[in-house]
Design a protein around this ligand. Sequence first.
Ligand code: GUN
Length: 305
Amino acid sequence: MTAQIIDGKALSKQLRVGFRERVDHLADQGVQPGLAVILVGDNPASRVYVGNKIKACEECGVRSFHIALPADTPQAEVLATIARLNADPAVHGILIQLPLPPHIEPRAVLEAISVHKDVDGFHLYNVGGLVVGNTIFPPCTPYGVQLLLDTTGTDVAGKNVVVVGASNIVGKPMALMLLQREATVTICHAKTRDLAQHTILADILIVAAGKPGLIVPQMVKQGAIVIDVGINRLTDGPNAGKIVGDVDFDGVKEKASWITPVPGGVGPMTVTMLIENTLRSAERTLRMRQADDFQEWEAPILKNG
Ligand code: GUN
């Protein structure tokens, strides 16, 4: 059996068509959604990711504010930039690209972002919201994975889900979201002994380890759904320069029932969900303006069922 492809590029495109309508609706009310993206330093990969985010804003009619700060910018200056953006009504979302230079404490910076503009979902308020089953802004990559899983028509309740990678950006929030949907979730990480012993039991295997070729066919259960979050540029060998995931795609596709390709799987969804969260923030702000007693803290997508 060859797996069916979960096409993140196509789903992103479809979602972005819907975004245009929402942007037009907001424009009718005098609001243009705005996203501020802060990049400290010049990490080449971060520059590419930030460029993709700015491009997506342009494509979707979202105003972007690209703030590039030198690598030696003092933390106090980064915090002052965030305070200015928190107070700017034209800005509905604020994202600071990670990783940050070593002299900057990531938590201090992430906690400085207003919870109302935390479209990355990394503020402790949003992280806590994930733990109790509702959050204003779900983190973009796991949110995108959840929508990709939905396209397979699979109900995750009761399924064995194995998440490989325990990062704050992907692995941990992903596990919490799937737990909320009543999956039986295992998180594996760099210290996990005998990874295959866990992955072989997965009905749904989500891999976000940043290690090309980590998952080979022998580690995958027949008929599993495999989601590859890895984005790795090969540095040597005959395929040097090629972008690959963490999964041996050609081998594993012969065992899986569904699989995401790299590129064209999770990657485009991450940026699309960032735009979704920015639109949601602009819509929330508008509703807050219109109703004094506004109280909507949950992201409906995370509710059970
Ligand atoms: N670095 C890698 N992924 C991400 C992400 O989703 N958001 C931010 N802010 N930085 C990242």
